[in-house]
Every structure is written in structure tokens, then in C-alpha cells.
Design a protein around this ligand. Sequence first.
Ligand code: HSE
Length: 430
Amino acid sequence: MTDVRGKVNIGLLGCGTIGSGVYHVLTKNADALADSAGRPLSISRILVKAVDEPRPFEVDASIMTTDSREILEDESIDVYIEVMGGLEPARTFALEVLGRGKSIVTANKELVAHHGRELMEAAAATAAQVKFEAAVGGGIPLIRPMEESLGGDVVQKMLGIVNGTTNYILTQMSVEGSDYSDALAEAQKLGYAEADPTADVTGIDAASKLAILCSIAFKCGVTSDQVYREGIQAVRPDDIENARELGYAVKLLAIASRANGGISARVHPTMIPLDHPLASVSGNFNAIFVIGESVGELMFYGQGAGSLPTATAILGDVVNIVRSLGRPPVTRRSYWSRPGQVLSIEETKTRYYMVLKVVDRPGVLAQLAGVFGEQQVSLESVMQKGIGDSAQIMLITHEVQERNFRAARDSLEKLDSVQEIPSVIRVESA
Ligand code: HSE
């Protein structure tokens, strides 16, 4: 039986960059946290891979254990925090804890994006809670505002910069004119990008975050493999320069909207108007722009990663759980069991920027226009620059279904007059 008056014991699963940050903030802000939660909070046990690993913040080694049974079966623990990352054993541990009726806070976007349904069902079965504010947008309060403050509205669309590494790289490419590889190397040197940056630069990290946002906003279960994704590796400094001349910034956007009775969910480099609030989100910052049917436009902005911002989001979730310990949870997520109907990317409608390198001779432009016309692709603007015997054509289409655009691109690639299509980037209007 939970003691609803005394100290709350927390079991911390994992103690790396984020876990030690949680320990640090909880210890430093103990009084403020006790005021917010109504009871003192204490980390009573910590599961670690090795006790003597280097950590950014000092942590009491006497409460560490490398034996998962010791912490998972400790009846005195009231709430768990999972900051191990990865799918296993995080999933198994979370399900075990929930099975015992204990609530868990996790920063693990992969876990929630892949196994959200399983976690929500396990929590509902024992009236425990799963909270994951830190999983999307790090320290930015986002999940709770979306679930609670916007609980009475209908979210129509979300556009997010949800990956700091890629936003830093694209910002460097834009400000310094550096190419992708140099900007990535710089991000790695500064510790913004990991030694293996694959999950960030290919959009895997952003797709997990978008899947979670879709589930919350559209009230159904969306998994990360339902999110279409393209990374930033093919973005050229020339595209960023051209975009600026045309009045756009290039960002890796996570975009979701209601469309044709389903959901459109995609992550890809996107040209966004320079006067859109997301265009000025630079460096490693994150921002999520939300359009609600009644509330209109909102933007959430802040540090999307890092030990202390993430720890803050985690502790906010802990406070929220502690306030309701011993009472039935107010957050119900039975909708997560309803599979989200995510449309194929071919059904998505958007505008496109395309660059073609063509032979510079009479009739070529008419030939290109013919191909676009056959596929019902309407052109908004066309610009040409001569470069020796070749010409570079840069165009922007009106909104068109991706299927038609792809068909046009395939036909263009087969034309003798088209030497290369070095770039295609989707364009957002709002
Ligand atoms: N690697 C992520 C980013 C942070 O660059 O934003 C963790 O989700």
C-alpha cells in the first residue's frame, strides 16, 4: 500500500548523461520539488551497467546496483524513471514495473514510438501511469499541453523541428555556406552530433518523435515505421542558397496533418517561408508549431536535448505522478489501441522545388513543360541559368499529389536532354 504522506522512493533505471542529470536536478532542487509534488522525492536505487563509469554529474554510488532484480522487485519503490534508452531491456523492464502497478516515466522515444500501445495497455490493466514528456522535444513542455491544455480542441496540423543535430547542421550550412560533411564534422566536434549520427541525419529520431506526437494529437496508435522519412544527407549548400533567394529556409521538418480521413505523417528536408516562425529556429534548438481548429496557431520552443533540460521534463512527469499517487490515473490513453490510418507518401499533396541540369538548346523547356503537363503537375515558377553547354533549371510546382510528381520525375530522368536532377525538396506554404 502506497504511503501517501511520506517520502516518495524513486527507482532510476540507467545513469548516463540523462540519468545523472536527473539525480543532480532532483538533489539540487529537492525543496522546490517537494513543494510541487506535495511530498519529498528521493532516488533510492539506481540501476547501472557499471558503478564506476564517468558521468557528467556526481551520483551517490552507494545506492547503485548492477542487478536489475534488486531494483525491479524493490517493493519500497513508488515510481520508476527509465533513462536507459534502446528497445530492450527497457521494454521488458517497463512492462514488468507496470505489471506490478508502479508508474514509470521514460525519456525513451524509441520505446514509446514502437511499443506505445503495449505500454498503455499494461498501464491501464493495473491503473498505473506511463509518462514521456522528455521523449519529444527534450525540455520543452509539449506532451502534457497537447494532452491536457488542447484536450478540448482538434489538432489539424503539426510542423516540428524535433532533431537538434540536423537543425544545427542545416543552420551551419546556411550561415557558413559549409557543405553537409563539414557541418556534420563540426557538430561532432562540438558534441551536438553522435559519433554515429545515422539515427539523427536519416530522420529516424525525428520519425519516432513524430509518431508519438501523432498518437497524442490524433488519438490513435501511430508507430515510427508508419512515418515516411528522408534525411538531410543530400541537401546541398546550393539548395540552401537558392531557397534563400526564393524566400525560404531549409529545415528537417516532421509534418503531420489530418488528410482524406487518415493521417499524413512525414519527415524530410523542407523549404519553409523565411517569415514562418520555424524558419528562425536555429542551432540545436527544437520547436513544434501546432495548428488547432479552435486555438489557431501555437509554437513550443526550447532545448530539445541535453542532460538538464531532459531531466527537467522527467521530473515534471514525476511530480505529476506523485500528486495523484494512490488515486486512479486521470490520463486515459485507450485510443492508443486504435491503429492510426497513415496515408502512403504517394497520397500526400505538397509543393516541390526541383533542380534539373539540362542540355541548353531550343525546345528543351517546352519538352519539360510537356512532361509536367502529362502528369497534371502545374508549375508555379521556373528559373533558368546558363552554365556553358548546360543550363540549370530551377522550378517550384503548385501543390500536387506525390504520385503524380514522382511519375513526372521518372519521365524527366528518361529524357536525353536531362543530364541530372541534383535536387528535389518539398515546399511548405504554412
Ligand atoms: N539526438 C537528438 C537530437 C536528441 O539531436 O535532437 C535526442 O532525442
